[in-house]
Ligand binder design. Structure first.
Ligand code: NAP
Length: 225
């Protein structure tokens, strides 16, 4: 019997898995599901569907209607709702769920991490007058608007549709680079602190390595938020 595999994706690892499965299982139907958070997502091998399912019930319906035989969760570790919905939908449909979400980064002894659990604590942890690389999704930036003493360099994948509420900022459009790119960026903008989430995986890790080498503190928000 041919398989139909649904990958809950939106991450680099999910795209890599889709590519691997398309090559390894030419008879199978491989569907990747994206939340639709980025305007121009990178190409993904196999079929792609975009947008929410309508909660756990909607996901269960999709699984049944499309005769899904394998469900694989490779979503972002901070995307907690879809992972929760996947567990419920898997139980309710009897379809096996494979969880392949990333583990958080581990602090090495040379990392200057200030570990926090909420965005609010991240905001409080920024020293007066800092120059901060804010590497967070656009929906998490508003909370920093009270820090008019801080200069923010905001890295975003897409151009924001409305003006950012931060009083003192510059925007860089782009994805995280390799260690050379990240080192150059931290130096170019005289960054004194990074604020980011502990997303795990390789895709966004270079900034952590660059900060370590340059002895720049990283205010890092844990995954339990
Ligand atoms: P979420 O809070 O887990 O999901 C919210 C809703 O979005 C889900 O209930 C679901 O809607 C829909 N959704 C999420 N992922 C989906 C997927 N792969 N396919 C189809 N629908 C999906 O996740 P989020 O709001 O997307 O993101 C939460 C955090 O993860 C954010 O911090 C975000 O920056 C980060 N993140 C997410 C992605 C991503 O692709 N989702 C990628 C990178 C980073 P329904 O209930 O209607 O099904």
């Amino acid at each position: 019997m041919s398989q139909t595999i649904l990958i809950l994706g939106g991450t680099k690892e999910a795209a890599e898995l889709a590519e691997k499965l398309v090559l390894e299982l030419p008879q199978a139907r491989i569907i990747s599901s994206l939340a639709g958070r980025t305007k121009e997502p990178s190409p993904v091998a196999g079929e792609v569907r975009i947008g929410g399912f309508g909660g756990a019930e909607g996901l269960a319906r999709f699984l049944t209607q499309n005769n899904i035989t394998r469900l694989i969760d490779v979503t972002h570790p901070f995307a907690k709702n879809i992972s929760k919905n996947a567990k419920i939908a898997a139980v309710n449909t009897g379809i096996k769920l494979e969880i392949r979400t990333r583990q958080p980064w581990q602090k090495s002894q040379d990392d200057l991490w200030i570990e926090v659990t909420t965005l609010e604590d991240a905001r409080k942890a920024i020293p007066i007058g800092a120059r901060v690389l804010l590497a967070l999704g656009s929906q998490y930036i508003d909370i920093f608007k009270t820090r008019s003493d801080v200069h923010f360099i905001v890295r975003m994948v897409d151009e924001p549709s409305t003006q950012l509420s931060l009083p003192n900022h510059q925007i860089i459009i782009g994805k995280p680079g390799d260690i050379e790119d990240e080192t150059a960026l931290l130096k170019q903008f005289s960054i004194t602190h990074i604020v980011c989430r502990n997303s795990g995986g390789q895709g966004a890790y270079a900034k952590i390595e660059a900060a370590r080498a340059l002895k720049i503190p990283v205010i890092i928000i844990g995954q339990n938020t």
